[in-house]
Design a protein. Structure first.
Lengths: 182, 338
């Protein structure tokens, strides 16, 4: 199976799984560690991948993935094209609120190799929110980790009354009109 | 600036006297906003027009020669307050005194012996591209008793920045781009004086990899008969403990052939074309060395026309395309001060 399905498997009891996709291993590792340091009453599984599709041979032991985070390093064109190619392998049902883009390194405008607009456009195309963050800065990293965890809880169905889809539509309205992207 | 009476604001209609003043201000702010909107997140335009600047006269070469083949540092400058072309001599005298005073204070101006420094402000009409455009301003510091030898030059220019000239307020003169060559210590003194005298602010004009890619592509396309040199791109590898640079040189003819096959529009250069050009070069490199240059950061572009570094240093090698280069740098400087 080449595409990653959102509802292909049954959820595991009292746990949630997040998949971080990105070419920068150091950032992935850092973010994963920060997420794990947060106190949680449920079990968090973090899976790291540099690109999709995931290897099919271990598919049977992989839990259901509740949230995919695509990490785009704004200073590397390669990471952007890699994410672009990976998105093809994600089932459409994921884009009903279970995908989020994380743009890193956009703070230093004079060093970016991808236009910020290009990332906003990509996210708009896939109906998913973008978070901006500088992973080098510890405070921002912790805040981002908390934010992702909150999203993960919603996506995994641990927040009563909020579904992933309703949450992502809320996020969309907060982004405001995307008319400037035209 | 005088403010219009409030009733004009309320009616919003064009009236005489003060009212006109108000209307013009409103127009100005609107112009600035529209410029800003187009430049959200400092993104580069989707296409750039190829400038049709009139070729400079032959004798112009001598007048702009001081800009060529020298390492120039680029600064972006906010509009100058109360600058006047009629007072250039006065400025020369004042700045001369300031430098002399600083030297007496014993601040390190690195000059051997006791050099007598003379400052000269002059207007540079060569850099004027259109009727409405304004002449550049050249500041030269010469060491009198050593030649005389020019020890420092600074040059204000606003090449093809006509649209920003329309939006600046009365009493302000806009020179978005300032080029400097010379000793750091002198740059610091003169920079401080200029900022205090004209209530402006200087900042180093750093160039993003996106814009460097534009330069690589556009400058490859320029026709040059002699003094051809290979195009060289320098990439910096991120995430290493020691700085690691990859230098990628391409024969000028090969680069031009590639660019000519991509660049099919005569009047303009498009973002897609620039991307295609860079992707082609990077892919070729990957085929040979299995290194993704797209994962690294472009920091330096050097072509037959000019050589530019991301930290705001430029060396212009050919007078033929000076105006095009200055126009592009002015555009970047404008986007930095907006």
């Amino acid at each position: 199976m080449s595409t990653l399905a959102a509802f292909g498997k049954l959820p595991t009891l009292n746990s949630a799984t997040i998949l971080l996709v990105g070419t920068n291993e150091i950032f992935q590792q850092q973010l994963a560690e920060t997420i794990l340091q947060e106190k949680q009453d449920l079990k968090i599984n973090i899976h790291l991948a540099d690109s999709l599709p995931l290897p099919p041979e271990r598919d049977h032991i992989r839990p259901r993935i509740d949230l995919i985070v695509f990490m785009v390093n704004m200073q590397s064109k390669h990471s952007y094209s890699n994410i672009e190619a990976s998105l093809v392998h994600v089932d459409a049902s994921f884009f009903l609120g279970k995908v989020c883009f994380l743009a890193t390194g956009a703070g230093r405008l004079n060093q970016i190799s991808i236009e910020v607009n290009a990332v906003l456009k990509l996210a708009d195309l896939y109906c998913s929110p973008v978070l901006f963050c500088e992973l080098e800065c510890e405070k921002i990293r912790i805040a981002t980790a908390q934010r992702l965890l909150r999203m993960l809880r919603i996506c995994a169905g641990h927040m009563s009354g909020v579904s992933a889809l309703s949450f992502s539509s809320l996020m969309k309205s907060s982004i405001g009109d995307s008319s400037f992207l035209a | 600036m005088e403010r219009a009476p409030t009733e004009d604001t309320a009616s919003g209609r064009k009236t005489m006297g003060h009212g006109t003043n108000f209307i013009s201000t409103a127009h100005l702010s609107r112009g600035r906003i529209s410029l800003k909107r187009g430049n959200l997140f400092g993104h580069t335009p989707a296409k750039r027009r190829i400038l049709q600047t009139p070729r400079m006269q032959e004798n112009a070469d001598a007048r702009i020669g001081f800009l060529l083949r020298k390492q120039l540092t680029l600064y972006s400058v906010t509009p100058l307050y109360r600058f006047s072309y009629d007072r250039l001599q006065e400025y020369s005298r004042q700045l001369c005194f300031v430098i002399a005073a600083e030297k007496q204070k014993g601040l390190a101006i690195h000059v051997e012996g006791d050099l007598k420094l003379k400052v000269k402000f002059s207007s540079l009409s060569v850099l004027k591209t259109s009727e409405k455009g304004q002449a550049g301003v050249l500041i030269q510091v010469t060491a009198e008793n050593a030649g005389p030898k020019v020890v420092w030059i600074g040059c204000f220019c606003c090449t093809c920045g006509d649209d920003i000239l329309e939006t600046v307020m009365e009493d302000f003169t806009c020179f978005p781009l300032f080029l400097v060559n010379g000793a750091e210590s002198l740059s610091a003194i003169i920079g401080t004086w200029l900022q205090q005298t004209f209530d402006c602010s200087f900042s180093l004009l750093t160039i993003s990899p996106l814009n460097l890619a534009w330069m690589a592509a556009m400058w490859t396309g320029y026709k040059i008969e002699h003094h051809k040199r290979a195009m060289e791109l320098t990439f910096s590898v991120p995430g290493t403990s020691q700085p690691l640079d990859i230098s990628y040189a391409i024969h000028a003819e090969d680069a031009k052939a590639l660019w000519d096959s991509i660049h099919t529009t005569q009047q303009e250069v498009r973002q897609e074309q620039v991307n295609l050009f860079m992707d082609g070069l990077c892919y070729h490199f990957y085929r040979h060395f299995k290194i993704y240059l797209s994962a690294t950061r472009l920091v330096k572009v050097s072509t037959s026309v000019a050589c530019v570094h991301s930290d705001g240093k430029i060396k212009i090698l050919h007078s033929a395309y000076l105006m095009e280069i200055l126009a592009l740098m002015t555009e970047l400087a404008i986007s930095q001060i907006l």
